[in-house]
Ligand binder design. Structure first.
Ligand SMILES: [Zn+2]
Length: 62
């Protein structure tokens, strides 16, 4: 009766940095919901769909 909910956490709010590979909640990457930036101090990737992508997106190959 345990473990049924382990996979219930949504990943839809998770972003992945294309540059450094960090994963972080969407809320950490933006303050205004418009401009997105990697929260890693040593990374300057920005832009949803550019420097960052949603974790549940299927990676585009090629
Ligand atoms: Zn990054």
């Amino acid at each position: 009766m345990t473990g049924a909910n382990l996979q219930q956490r949504s990943v839809r709010d998770m972003l992945v940095c294309r540059k450094c590979g960090a994963e972080f909640p969407e809320a950490r990457a933006t303050r205004d919901g418009w401009h997105y930036r990697c929260p890693e101090d040593d990374c300057d990737a920005s832009g949803l769909g550019e420097g960052l992508r949603r974790k549940d997106d299927v990676p585009v190959l090629g």
